[in-house]
Design a protein. Structure first.
Length: 803
C-alpha cells in the first residue's frame, strides 16, 4: 500500500513543526517531511502525488497560495498558541490531527480543515528532549534540576498537608520522574554542576555570577529543556497554562531566602546578570502590572551555550574571524589602544569610506575577534543587549556599523545605552560622539590604503581562492583597482568560480573580468555603463594625438610607483587622480577614446547622465554629482562627463539667485575633482567653454582635430566590416578625398548605406553610400555641401569644420 505523503510547514516556530513530525513519524503508513520555506513547498508540490499539507494558520493567509493548484492536495491549517519551546501536542490534539488526516484522505476534492488552539504538551506525553543528554555538558544541569524540582514538589506537598486534590496524580508522576532527593543531595548536585567547564570556564568567569544567579539561569531554562520541568513549574504555580517560572517560583528555587519582589529587583539591577538580561521577562510589565506576564525565560545566547553551542551569526550581525591583510598604521593604533585601555570605546567618523572593514581587519590582525552588527537591524534596547551578550561570549569586540546612515532613533538608542564594561571593546561607525557611560572615546583615523597594502590584499585574496600566489598579478590590479576589502574578496571568489566553470583565461584577465561584474553593484541611477567594444586598433588619430591619449592609462598604471615609492605624491597640490579633457568637433573620437582607455585598463566606464544629475532643487545637483564620484571610487571606474560644457562651464557674474547656485555647483565640482583619486575624463566640443580653474586641475588637455584624407580613408575601411557584402564600385579612397567628414559621420553613413542595401536584399553599392551621404548632410543642415556633392571635381567641405 502506498504511503500517505505528509508535508509539514513552514512554521514560524520550527520546534512546533518538529513536534508534529515526531508524532506522525510513529505511523508506518505515513511519509512525513518538514519543509523549510515556501520555495520548498512549491518544489514538493510540483510532483503530482496525493499530499496532505499541514500549514500554520496565519492571520494574513499568505500560505494559501497552493490550495487551488491540484485536486491531489489537501490542507490542514494548524494554529499553535504560545508555543515557543520544544513542542509536542497533548494526547487530545494528537488524536485530532490524526483524525483530520484520515478525513482529508477520503475526499476527492481539495479540502481545507482548520485545527485551532493546538497547545504545548502536558504530561505524560514524552518526546526526545535535552533532559536525558547522557554525558553531555548539559547532564549536570538536568541532574540538579531534577533534585531541585523534587525538593520543591515535596515542599509543596508538606505545605498543603498532602491534600492536592486533582493534582495528586500529576505530582506523583513528576516525583517519580525526577527521583527522590533531599536538600543535601540538591546542594551536592549543584556543587558538582559548578565544577563543570560550562560554568567554570564560560559563564561563571565571564559574568562573575553568584550562586543565586546560576540557579535562576537553570530554572528559567528548564521549560525549554524538558516538558516535565514545564509541568512541574505549572503545578508549583497552580496553573498548567503558565509553564515558565514567575518571580515567586524562581525565588523559592534559588535557596537564597529571597521573595518574588526581591528576585524581580535582582533581575533588573546593575550586576552583569541583570544588565545582560541573562534571565529576563517574557513580556515586560506595564505600569499597571506588578509582575511580567508569561514569567521569565533565559537569554537565547545562554540557552545555546548550555546546549554546547553559541551562534556565530543572527539577524543583522555576524562574527568575523578572518580578513585580508590590515593597514599597518591602523593595526599599530589599535594595538596601542587595547594594550593601554580596558574595554576601550572607539569611533569611526562619518564618510570614512571602508572604515568598518578596515577596523575589522585591524582588530583581527591583533588577535581580537570582531562581532559586527548593522545599525539598521537594531530596533530595541533588548536587541542591542543581545548582540553585546554574543560579543561577550565570543570574547569579541562589538562593532556597530552604519550609524551615520540610520535614523536618529536608532542612533539615540545606541548612544544612550550603557555598554561600558559589557563588551571587550566597542567601535561605533558613523558617529563622533561618545555613548552613555563611556569613560573616554578614541576617534580612529582611517588612512588611505597605500599601493603596498593593496598589493598584499590582492595577493592574499588570490591565494585564499586557489588562484596562485598573485605576486605577478597584484601589481597591475593594485594600480588599476582601488577596491574595498569586501570587493577584493568578491572579485577573487568570482574569478575562482569562473576558473572552476572552465574559463581558461589567464589569472589577470579572470580577475579584471570579475572586477567589472562586481563594480555593477556600485552604479547609481545617475550613471550608465556603455559597452566597451573598441580597442586601440579601432582608433584613427594623428600620431601626436594618439601618443597623448595612450599616455593617460600609463599615468593610472604607474601612479603608485611615481606618487608613493618615488615620493611625487607629496608634491601634488590638486590630488592624486588623473583628469583629462578631450575637446574637438563632434565625431572626432573623444568618447571612443575614453572607452578604449577604460578597456585597456580593464575597468568599467561610468558615463554621467547629466539629465539625471542636474536638479532645480538647491543642493540636489551636488548630491547627485557626489553619488557619481562615490560610485566610481568604489568601483575604481573611469568616470566620463560627456558634453561637459553643461556642468563645467565658466562661472559668471552673480546677478540673481540662479547665477549664485550655478556658481556653487561649479565650485563643488572643482573641490570634488581635487579629492577624486581615480580617472575622470571630460569631453567638450569647445574647450573655450570650460572654466579655466578646471583646466589647471586636469593633467591632460587633448584637442581632437578633424581627420585628414588619409585618416578618413582608414576610418572608411573600418566603417564597412570585412564581413559586409559590398560591390567593387565602393571606392573608399574616393570617398575619403571627396567627403571631408568626421569619423562619427562616416560611421553613420556606412550604417545607413548598409540598411538601404539590406532593404533591397542586395549588396552595398556606391549609390547606397552616396544616398546615405546626402541624407547625412541634409540632416546636419549642410545644404550647400549636399549640392556640391554632384560636382565630381569639388571636395565637399562641411561648414564650420564640424560633422
Amino acid at each position: 500500500m502506498a504511503l500517505t505523503r505528509i508535508l509539514i510547514g513552514p512554521f514560524r516556530r520550527r520546534a512546533f513543526a518538529e513536534g508534529l513530525r515526531a508524532i506522525l513519524d510513529d505511523d508506518t503508513n505515513l511519509s512525513v517531511a518538514a519543509l523549510a520555506d515556501a520555495v520548498d513547498v512549491d518544489r514538493h508540490l510540483a510532483a503530482d502525488r496525493p499530499t496532505v499539507l499541514i500549514l500554520e494558520d496565519l492571520a494574513d493567509k499568505q500560505h494559501v497560495h497552493p490550495l487551488p493548484r491540484s485536486p491531489n492536495v489537501a490542507v490542514i491549517l494548524v494554529s499553535n498558541e504560545g508555543a515557543d519551546v520544544q513542542i509536542a501536542l497533548n494526547q487530545l490534539d494528537s488524536a485530532r490531527l490524526r483524525d483530520a488526516i484520515g478525513l482529508v484522505e477520503q475526499t476527492a476534492h481539495p479540502k481545507v480543515i482548520s485545527l485551532s488552539a493546538m497547545r504545548p504538551v502536558q504530561p505524560p506525553l514524552v518526546l526526545p528532549s535535552f533532559r536525558h543528554a547522557g554525558a553531555s555538558a548539559l547532564r549536570p544541569v538536568t541532574r540538579w534540576l531534577d533534585a531541585a524540582f523534587s525538593v520543591a514538589l515535596e515542599s509543596l506537598v508538606q505545605s498543603r498537608g498532602g491534600d492536592l486534590g486533582g493534582w495528586a496524580g500529576d505530582l506523583t508522576a513528576l516525583k517519580h520522574e525526577f527521583g527522590p532527593a533531599d536538600r543535601d543531595e540538591e546542594q551536592a548536585r549543584f556543587s558538582a554542576m559548578l565544577d563543570t567547564p560550562l560554568w567554570q570556564q564560560r559563564l561563571f568567569r565571564t559574568f562573575a555570577l553568584e550562586p543565586a544567579e546560576i540557579r535562576a539561569i537553570c530554572v528559567a531554562a528548564a521549560p525549554d529543556l524538558h516538558q516535565s520541568y514545564a509541568a512541574a513549574i505549572g503545578l508549583l504555580q497552580n496553573n498548567y497554562a503558565e509553564p515558565r517560572p514567575n518571580a515567586s517560583t524562581l525565588a523559592k528555587l534559588l535557596d537564597s531566602g529571597l521573595v518574588g519582589a526581591e528576585f524581580a529587583a535582582m533581575a533588573s539591577g546593575r550586576r552583569l546578570f541583570a544588565r545582560y538580561g541573562l534571565v529576563r521577562p517574557v513580556q515586560q510589565p506595564n505600569e499597571r502590572q506588578s509582575e511580567p506576564q508569561g514569567g521569565y525565560c533565559v537569554a537565547p545566547a545562554i540557552f545555546e551555550l548550555m546546549l554546547g553551542k553559541c551562534a556565530r551569526s543572527g539577524a543583522g550581525w555576524w562574527l568575523q574571524s578572518s580578513a585580508l591583510p590590515a593597514l599597518d598604521e591602523l593595526k599599530g593604533e589599535l594595538e596601542q589602544l587595547f594594550e593601554h585601555v580596558e574595554d576601550p570605546v572607539a569611533t569611526i567618523a562619518p564618510n570614512s569610506g571602508d572604515g568598518s572593514e578596515e577596523v575589522s581587519a585591524g582588530l583581527l590582525a591583533i588577535g581580537r575577534p570582531v562581532l559586527r552588527v548593522k545599525a539598521a537591524a537594531l530596533e530595541t534596547t533588548q536587541e542591542l543587549v543581545d548582540v553585546a551578550l554574543y560579543a561577550r561570549l565570543h570574547d569579541a569586540v562589538l562593532l556597530i556599523e552604519g550609524l551615520g546612515a540610520v535614523g536618529k532613533d536608532v542612533r539615540s538608542l545606541v548612544l544612550s545605552s550603557d555598554l561600558q564594561g559589557m563588551v571587550n571593546g566597542l567601535v561605533l561607525d558613523g558617529v563622533t560622539s561618545a555613548p552613555a557611560g563611556a569613560r573616554a572615546t578614541v576617534p580612529l583615523s582611517i588612512a588611505r590604503p597605500q599601493a603596498t597594502d593593496q598589493r598584499r590584499r590582492w595577493s592574499a585574496a588570490m591565494r585564499d581562492f586557489g588562484l596562485g600566489d598573485g605576486v605577478e598579478e597584484s601589481e597591475g590590479l593594485a594600480a588599476r583597482l582601488r577596491y574595498r576589502l569586501a570587493d577584493i574578496k568578491s572579485v577573487a571568489e568570482l574569478a575562482a568560480g569562473r576558473r572552476r566553470a572552465g574559463d581558461i583565461s589567464d589569472v589577470q584577465t579572470l580577475m579584471l573580468n570579475a572586477a567589472r561584474q562586481v563594480s555593477v553593484r556600485h552604479a547609481p541611477a545617475t550613471v550608465r555603463r556603455p559597452p566597451l567594444n573598441f580597442d586601440w586598433s579601432d582608433l584613427v588619430l594623428p600620431e601626436k594625438i594618439e601618443t597623448q591619449v595612450k599616455a593617460v592609462p600609463t599615468h593610472v598604471i604607474n601612479g603608485p610607483k611615481v606618487l608613493d615609492r618615488w615620493g611625487y605624491g607629496k608634491r601634488l597640490s590638486y590630488g592624486r587622480g588623473v583628469g583629462a579633457l578631450f575637446s574637438g568637433a563632434s565625431g572626432t573620437g573623444k568618447t571612443m577614446s575614453a572607452q578604449v582607455i577604460a578597456r585597456s585598463l580593464g575597468v568599467d566606464l561610468m558615463q554621467v547622465e547629466l539629465s539625471r544629475c542636474v536638479s532645480k532643487y538647491i543642493g540636489e545637483t551636488e548630491k547627485n554629482i557626489d553619488a557619481c564620484f562615490q560610485a566610481a571610487e568604489a568601483a575604481s571606474a573611469c568616470l566620463l562627463f560627456d558634453e561637459a560644457d553643461a556642468m563645467f562651464g565658466k562661472r559668471t557674474e552673480i546677478k540673481d539667485a540662479h547665477d549664485r547656485h550655478a556658481n556653487v555647483e561649479v565650485a563643488y565640482l572643482l573641490q570634488r575633482i581635487e579629492t577624486y583619486e581615480g580617472l575622470v575624463i571630460l569631453t567638450s566640443n569647445l574647450k573655450a567653454n570650460i572654466d579655466p580653474a578646471f583646466l589647471r586641475r586636469l593633467r591632460f588637455v587633448i584637442d581632437f582635430p578633424m581627420p585628414n584624407a588619409m585618416e578618413r580613408q582608414a576610418i572608411w575601411k573600418r566603417a564597412i566590416p570585412e564581413s559586409a557584402p559590398r560591390a567593387s564600385d565602393v571606392d573608399v579612397a574616393f570617398l575619403a578625398r571627396r567627403l571631408e567628414l568626421s569619423g562619427g559621420s562616416i560611421q553613420q553613413i556606412a550604417v545607413n548605406a548598409a540598411f538601404a542595401a539590406a532593404a533591397e536584399d542586395g549588396i552595398i553599392e556606391m549609390r547606397h553610400v552616396m544616398s546615405a551621404t546626402r541624407a547625412e548632410l541634409i540632416k546636419m543642415g549642410q545644404f550647400t555641401a549636399e549640392r556640391a556633392l554632384e560636382d565630381p571635381a569639388t571636395t565637399v567641405l562641411i561648414e564650420g569644420g564640424c560633422a
